[in-house]
Design a protein around this ligand. Sequence first.
Ligand code: AMP
Ligand code: MG
Length: 427
Amino acid sequence: MITVEEHRAAVLAAVAPLEPRQVPLTEALDCVLAEDVVATLAVPPFDNSAMDGYAVRTEDVATAAGTTPVRLHVVADLPAGSGERPEVLPGTAVRIMTGAPMPPGADTIVPVEQTDQHVGPGAGSALPEVVEIRASAAVGAHLRRAGEDVSVGAPVLPAGVELGARELSTAASTGHGTLPVRPRVRLGVLSTGSELVAPGTALEHGQIPDSNSTLVAGLAATSGARPVPLGSVVDDAGALRARLRDSLPDVDAIVTTGGVSAGAYDVVKEVLAPLGEVTFSAVAMQPGKPQGFGVLRDGGRAVPIFCLPGNPVSVFVSYLAFVEPALRVMSGQGTTDEPETLRPPLLEAVVEVGWTCPPGRRQYMPVVLEESEDDAGTRVLLAHPAAAGGSGSHLVASLARAHALAIVEADVESVAVGDVVTVMMVP
Ligand code: AMP
Ligand code: MG
């Protein structure tokens, strides 16, 4: 048997970050930016009005006040988006809307509220011939200057940043329709087992719903990958080979579940072991002891494949221990020497209901946590197994109750009431 750390190290040594790809902003959310990005557009891109009002020359309105208004001829109308450049000559004004480009000749904006045209909401849009200006204005008032926020060539997003809504809108406003990102890992999800039917389907005797596909796809999406559902395949070597071959071009990595233990129909092992590129190991953990990992070739491309055992709780634990760290590396978010604290912080909890542990294997026990206080009034976490039956790796429905996995080291034989255990919060 090898340890969890040894198996994870072998996995992480075999995976590498995906090549950066230029993707549309709509596909870049939550991706890691691969290169520094600079502005190719200034923000704002041109001088424009911050108010609905009139673009005028300051000297024309220097004496304007409520009692001594100044009358100017309105020579043009500039809605936002207008490409016109009407000149504002002495004695004239241009009606202008918020966001419209400043017309040449004008050096200030008088808001409509300081004119005779302010007639309240729903007022008509007819352009007046003359506007009465009722206040003077300083040069540049209510004007948004080109480049005030960002100038062309300025750095706006550094490589390595995780792209959220604000980063993507920054890219959009500075001239980018696409960005170079580490693409989301396309994770093929394939269940094996002749007993499996799609969730929600009526069962014949001996059949069960394929819950692993849903579990792995959900975990993959949670860790920022893009799950590619490959369905389930019966325990037949030819069928499995064909499904893997057909799927390879569409995925960056594959997770299979089932078919890796010592049964007569453990087809994953039967198909992949002879190819020599996937190694099947016994890992000193419970659940999740039988693990396959290797790399399939699609032309020149290496596609990592994780062959997890079939029991759902084993799948869950194996995913967190091996697949998630590998996906982090492939997406550019992780390092190749991830410690056990994959989901920090690890917490300590006091055991409320004890259980037994397998000799020589690290145990990951799904537990329910409750907050409480000890005799001294200090806050403590209490833990008890999520499933009434304890550690059964088939107890999939109880997994939903668990808040965490208690991690019990290989040399511990049992956990008793009052013991303190280390727990890792789970997605
Ligand atoms: P195996 O490793 O193929 O022997 O499967 C171990 C156990 O996990 C068996 O009881 C299977 O029926 C169950 N199992 C395998 N695959 C799935 C799946 N996709 N969804 C739910 N249970 C499964
Ligand atoms: Mg099976």
